[in-house]
Design a protein around this ligand. Structure first.
Ligand code: ATP
Ligand code: MG
Length: 447
């Protein structure tokens, strides 16, 4: 953190930044990615201005370990590309350069101009509602700072002399552990509604509060989220749920009315006070947070399987009671229906969608264990995730006749014991031969 913030005096130029020299803060060269520092150095050698910026400076000051290091410069993407052989220009809405050294990719962005002060014809487009569709107008470091989202995300660090530059009051907010949106909150949320999700994520992750003017418009403007394309909403869902603070994030998403724009079915169940859904979803985020903390892998397929499970069950119930489908048919139809509806809110890439549906289908198969079935299910590539999901359902209070425990043992014991376990299974009613429009399934089907 900072050693003596209050010793820092205002600059002579009121538009200039607060400058905190190296001796006044605790960022040490050792904590900085060699590659990012090298990129800054090479840009400077080529005559450009360059800094580390954003989350990495924030996290370094908080004694955290930045996930990645971002660089801001006055060089245009084309100029950056000329300097680094491994550079690739990406993005349309917001053009940036990826510079790769070994496995590390550093994002290099060109200082953005002030969106309000652009000339006609500049590459800067807003929708009818004021949402920023493209933002490729370049400017200087000050305008770049002011178009960033929160003050604590707008700090610049110069690796060459160790100084920190603060144009937006970020150091004071960092000291007070608060998130403050830069500029007029209404306009900034309108310009990019994802900033509301970012506010929730950073508050949870950093343990910061939102200043009143940052917080107040969120409930009112949550509906702006409807204009964000599903693909971008999916990206944000991943960041929110794999932040390591998904439990706090979820509470806040509910609280601010944002969850409806990410998972409308789950949001409706939670709003209706459905305690099973609440326990299931919160058990999932608690588990996810634990896994992230112990550096275990989490898959979006599992997160989605749980978030969509409550609406899936409601649909299955309707199809079985009102349309008289059997459980298997109802499950198939309901799964397609729920996925179809979800895709209007967040994308679900196939690599997650398929495993998620397999996990759902396996919920039924895990209950059928007689003969060779248990062995076959055990071999299924999605067995582990599906078994974890059974445990989650039980944790949330679903009565599955000790199914989770049975499978826990079955994985542990030897061949003879497995045979005994199968032989000792309670006699399952044979599923009735399928007739057209057969009645509701037996309770053992009820996965
Ligand atoms: P994380 O720890 O999640 O990487 P971060 O602050 O680095 O946090 P990024 O998404 O990597 O977040 O973005 C880098 C920087 O770009 C931010 O710190 C912020 O200054 C700016 N930024 C990112 N997204 C937005 C946005 N939607 N609006 C304004 N500024 C943004
Ligand atoms: Mg970052």
């Amino acid at each position: 953190m900072l050693k003596r913030l209050y010793k820092i005096f205002k600059p002579a130029d009121p538009a200039g930044p607060l400058i905190i020299p190296e001796r006044e803060h605790q960022i040490s060269e050792r904590d900085i990615s060699k590659n990012a520092a090298r990129i800054v150095e090479q840009l400077k050698k080529a005559g450009f201005d360059a800094y580390l910026v954003g989350g990495c400076v924030r996290d370094l000051l908080l004694d955290g370990h930045p996930k990645d290091f971002d660089v801001a410069t006055d060089a245009t993407p084309e100029e950056v590309k000329k300097i680094f052989r491994s550079a690739r220009i990406i993005g349309r809405r917001f053009r940036i350069v990826h510079v790769r050294f070994g496995r590390e990719i550093t994002e290099v962005t060109t200082f953005r101009g002030h969106p309000g002060k652009t000339k006609p014809g500049a590459d800067h487009t807003k929708s009818d509602k004021g949402m920023l569709l493209r933002d490729n107008v370049y400017g200087d470091i000050r305008s770049d700072a002011l178009r960033r989202d929160f003050t604590v995300n707008a700090l610049y660090y110069a690796p060459d002399n160790g100084a920190i530059l603060d144009y937006a009051g970020g150091l004071e907010d960092l000291q007070k552990r608060q998130l403050r949106i830069i500029g007029d909150p209404n306009a900034r949320y309108k310009e990019d509604p994802v900033r509301m999700l970012r506010a929730v994520r950073f508050a949870a992750k950093l343990g910061f509060s939102l200043t009143p003017e940052t917080e107040a418009p969120i409930r009112e403007h949550a509906e702006y989220m409807a204009d964000i394309p599903p693909a971008r909403r999916f990206e944000e869902v991943l960041k929110l749920f794999t932040s390591g603070y998904a439990t706090a994030v979820l509470k806040q998403l509910e609280e601010y009315g944002l969850l409806t724009y990410l998972f409308p079915g789950a949001a409706a169940c939670l709003q209706a006070g459905d305690t099973f859904s609440e326990r299931l979803i919160y058990a999932m985020v608690t588990n996810t947070d634990k896994r992230i903390r112990s550096q275990k892998r989490v898959t979006p397929a599992f997160i989605y399987a749980a978030m969509l499970w409550p609406p899936l069950q409601n649909k299955i119930h309707t199809l079985m009671t009102e349309h008289k489908l059997n459980h298997h048919e109802a499950m198939q139809q309901a799964a397609s229906g729920v996925v179809g509806e979800q895709l209007a809110y967040t994308a679900i890439p196939k690599r997650f969608l398929i495993p998620m549906r397999e996990m759902w289908a396996l919920q039924q198969r895990l209950a059928r264990r007689e003969g060779r079935r248990a062995y076959q299910t055990l071999e299924h590539p999605r067995f582990r995730a599906a078994y974890d999901f059974v445990l989650l359902r039980e944790e949330a209070g679903e009565k599955l006749d000790g199914l989770g425990l049975w499978w826990t043992r079955f994985q542990d014991v030897d061949e003879d014991e497995r045979e005994t376990m199968i032989a000792n299974l309670p006699q399952q009613k044979r599923p009735r031969r399928r007739r057209r429009k057969s009645g509701p399934a037996t309770p053992s089907d009820n996965a």
